[in-house]
Design a protein around this ligand. Sequence first.
Ligand code: ADP
Ligand code: MG
Ligand code: ZN
Length: 196
Amino acid sequence: MQRRAEQGWVEVIAGPMFSGKSEELIRRVTRYGIARIPVQTFKPAIDTRYSATEVVSHSNLSAAATAVADSAELLRSVEDRTVVVGIDEGQFFDEGLVEVVELLAGAGKQLIIAGLDLDYLGRPFEPIPALMLRAEYVMKTLAVCHRCGGPGLFTQRVIAGDDLVVLGATDAYEARCRRCYDPTEIEQPKLTAVDQ
Ligand code: ADP
Ligand code: MG
Ligand code: ZN
């Protein structure tokens, strides 16, 4: 019997902000790196908040990454020898990401995609839901509800308007549980000290 040399698959890590998606992605790609399995990690060029050459978690873990403009550039950037392809902030990619991921998995690559499954209004945040349906493995991560400590599965926007970005993206959102999440509630901006 002939064994197939390489078997591709797709894994999606999905959940709200602060739920540990990037941590989990970083943990996995780092382990493959230690095992000397060729890994490439990508992120959308739109997300260069912390670093243009790394994926960074809110807990300050990091892994080397390449910023790409869209799914077509991602596909062009994957090298033949690469076995594992990590993608962070998958929700910021175009819908072509689904086809690109399937193409790469079909070619024997192992894909790990992290991203938000819902936007701050509680709507499906494509292309993550479409990817979840076509993945062999799905990991749903939960945060701790900022209000009550319960299971945070929603991302709540707490600051209205774009003019307050000076406070930093992290301060504009909170993880909330089912009971505490209310997309119609926008609090007045907190005028306390800026911490990052
Ligand atoms: P994500 O990529 O899902 O936004 P990260 O992996 O970047 O999340 O960050 C997860 C880390 O964020 C946690 O380990 C913790 O240190 C921190 N954190 C901040 N707020 C919360 C919260 N409400 N619930 C859980 N972790 C939080
Ligand atoms: Mg993240
Ligand atoms: Zn709560």
